[in-house]
Ligand binder design. Structure first.
Ligand code: CP
Length: 313
């Protein structure tokens, strides 16, 4: 059973607009729980959630782990080095092994786009995508949407610039369509070398200049330069990239009043953001991290059969 339209969250398109708003509303209740001295609820007692993280992660893995613990689910954590994939076991065999043990949900992070769908075809558990290659990172999008709604109260008409490594970004892959679905205007800001071959298919305005629209954006969402996914140097030096597309004191001062900076983390300090911009009051980076636990609690709760009205007070 799932209180959402889909029993999995593999791509953001699995959720309708109503589903997204249901998750954000539930996350607000769980955020209140997370602010209490005793943060634990009995809601998912007896359910088993497996974190199958076959690529590095700090924020996503830890927050799923915390979310499971706070809902009293049994959480099991696999990392690449601790799983039998290092001995050559295939993803399908791993899926069937986990299924045989009767787990209820698998959260997967994997370098290959489509790995969540492969799991879903081979097991009965609910599958949640914790980031698949360059494809999608839907729970990151949900926590970003939560952060934006808490700050602005709405999405309609908000001008959001997503800046940087669009071509390699699973964050963009989930966040941009969700923002558009909710009525925000998305501009992809990047040099031509960090855009896909056919930028028209992004479904967003495209700009090669951060400075051109800087004073008009409500949200400036800085993507991490993914050095590990870049095959050929798309810009002369990181310093050159920072000069044209990074946020430092000078660009901070030119943001619109009330505008915010966001970043999914981890930050390359001095590249996407200067240290001053990381620490700036209008940078919501740590708010995003905090929201990530509540949003993942909400998602787990709703996918595993809870409904919004049933959240324990
Ligand atoms: N934002 C994000 O996915 O961070 P991690 O790689 O640390 O999970």
């Amino acid at each position: 059973m799932s209180a959402l339209s889909s029993r999995h969250l593999m791509v953001i398109q699995d959720l309708t607009k109503a589903d997204i708003l249901t998750v954000l509303d539930a996350a607000r209740s769980f955020k209140e729980v997370n602010e209490r001295p005793l943060k634990k609820l009995p809601t998912l007692r007896g359910r088993t959630v497996v974190n199958l993280f076959l690529e590095p992660s700090t924020r996503t893995r830890t927050s799923f782990e915390l979310a499971a613990k706070r809902l009293s689910a049994d959480g099991i954590n696999f990392t690449a080095s601790a799983s039998a994939t290092t001995k050559g076991e295939s993803l399908v065999d791993t899926a069937q092994t986990l299924d045989a043990m009767g787990c209820d949900m698998v959260v997967i992070r994997h370098a290959f786009a489509g790995s969540p769908q492969m799991l879903a075809r081979n097991m009965r558990a609910h599958i949640v995508n914790g980031g698949d290659g360059k494809h999608q990172h839907p729970t990151q999008a949900l926590l970003d949407l939560f952060t934006i709604r808490e700050r602005f109260g709405h999405f309609e008409g908000l001008k959001v610039a997503i800046v940087g490594d669009i071509a390699h970004s699973r964050v963009f892959g989930s966040l941009a369509p969700a923002l558009r679905l909710l009525g925000a205007e998305v501009t992809a800001v990047a040099p031509p070398t960090l855009l896909p071959a056919r930028p028209a298919l992004l479904g967003a305005e495209v700009s090669h200049s951060l400075d051109a629209g800087l004073g008009g954006y409500d949200v400036v969402y800085m993507l991490r330069i993914q050095l590990e996914r870049i095959e050929r140097a798309p810009f002369p030096t990181l310093r050159e990239y920072a000069r044209l597309y990074g946020i430092g004191l000078e660009r901070l001062a030119r943001l619109k009043e009330g505008a915010v900076i966001m970043h999914p983390g981890p930050v390359n300090r001095g590249v996407e953001l200067s240290s001053e911009a990381v620490d700036a009051a209008r940078n919501l980076l740590l708010y995003q991290v905090n929201a990530g636990v509540a949003v993942r609690m909400a998602l787990m709760y709703l996918l595993l059969g809870g409904d919004k009205d049933g959240i324990a007070a």
